[in-house]
Design a protein around this ligand. Sequence first.
Ligand SMILES: C[S@@+](CC[C@H](N)C(=O)[O-])C[C@H]1O[C@@H](n2cnc3c(N)ncnc32)[C@H](O)[C@@H]1O
Ligand SMILES: [Zn+2]
Length: 422
Amino acid sequence: MVKPGTIFTGDNLPILRGMDSGSVDLIYLDPPFNSKRDYAAPIGSKAAGAEFKDTWTLADTDDAWWGEIADKNPSLYKVIDAAGAAGGKSDKAYCIYMAMRLLEMRRVLKPLGSIYYHCDPTMSHAVKLVMDAIFGGDNFRNEIIWHYASPGGRAKTHFAKKSDTILFYANSGEVAQGKGFYPDDKALRAEISQTSMDMHYRHVDSDGRRYREVRSNGRTYRYYQDEGKAVDNVWGDVGIAPSNTPLHREYQGYPTQKPLALLNRIIAASSKEGDLVLDPFCGCATACVAAQYGKRGWIGIDISPKAYDLTLARFEKELGIFNPKIIHRSDIPERADRQKRSRDIKHILFGKQRGICNGCLYDFQFRHFHVDHIVARDVGGSDSDDNLQLLCGNCNSIKGTGTMEKLIAELDRRGLRNKPRA
Ligand SMILES: C[S@@+](CC[C@H](N)C(=O)[O-])C[C@H]1O[C@@H](n2cnc3c(N)ncnc32)[C@H](O)[C@@H]1O
Ligand SMILES: [Zn+2]
């Protein structure tokens, strides 16, 4: 069980695996981009020591993951193989690494939840296919372009790169206006340009407000200029990355820090007050800070201990929230939904076995039984129901990670086995 207001320090894969299914309303992730660069905060800055590499090799992935992907999701396997064929081993490694985490993210997301994957054109084409394979192409909602007008960056062989790509997916086709998506929030209004104002907002009402009129189905609608217009998928009005300049008022010194305005907009669009926001690559926790401002619950995960130090300082300074109000964990959480499942499964098995131990064949009270993996997990046995049975405490400890044949032979040798009953 993970409480809102928690920051984890650690690799997000095992932590995600320990989170309950369907427990999160919104996920924003801003993982390393595979930019083939390493990021480090400047020495002497308050973030010094915060660093992470942004180059992937197959050594970063676990061999078992590739097999697991092939097993769980054959389309995903093909897509990643194609990304590797086109982009090389590093792209393939990046996709495997991320796919393993995205599969868990899909599991922890509620049916009406949404996910925003922040990347850039280095990998966005491959990420799109990976996301299509995991969340379903039908659930793709937008490619958001964050256009940051930071100075500098002239290149000799191409245009200056001034945008990031954020891929927005709903978790299911059920998400609709007012049900998982909230486009009416004022964070989703943009200013109207002078040109558009001159061209379209040509009427003035008795209070001096400018508006335009739209006729549709015999009715006339008024849209006021001072109410702004609905935000579209190109976001040029949320500023630049605070990490770019120490003069930025949100500057924390953390490399790759994102602006709060960007996160405010995402959080307003896809969650409501009281919802739970998860950022599994949280850095200096911009998404968590925005969630706190927006009265949402939040959970952040980052592998770098420095990220937590900065987050704590940031919460104190910006929001006046002090440790220990923020929960800091570096353990692997235990899934509460799995505990419940194992309680349920124990009842089912007790009924099926009629209260008799599958080893010694004697009757026991419910509380004396242990749920046993017939083929032990240590030797590759699964968690599926057909690999589970009840054994009494004694049989369970004799069996250990051995087989049923061995257990029965041992019980017979000790004369501990009851006669089979009809
Ligand atoms: C691009 S930064 C995120 C910046 C963040 N959005 C912000 O505004 O501060 C990516 C972060 O992912 C973290 N990271 C990389 N691999 C990770 C993993 N396996 N588990 C958790 N965090 C990881 C890095 O330490 C880094 O802080
Ligand atoms: Zn027994």
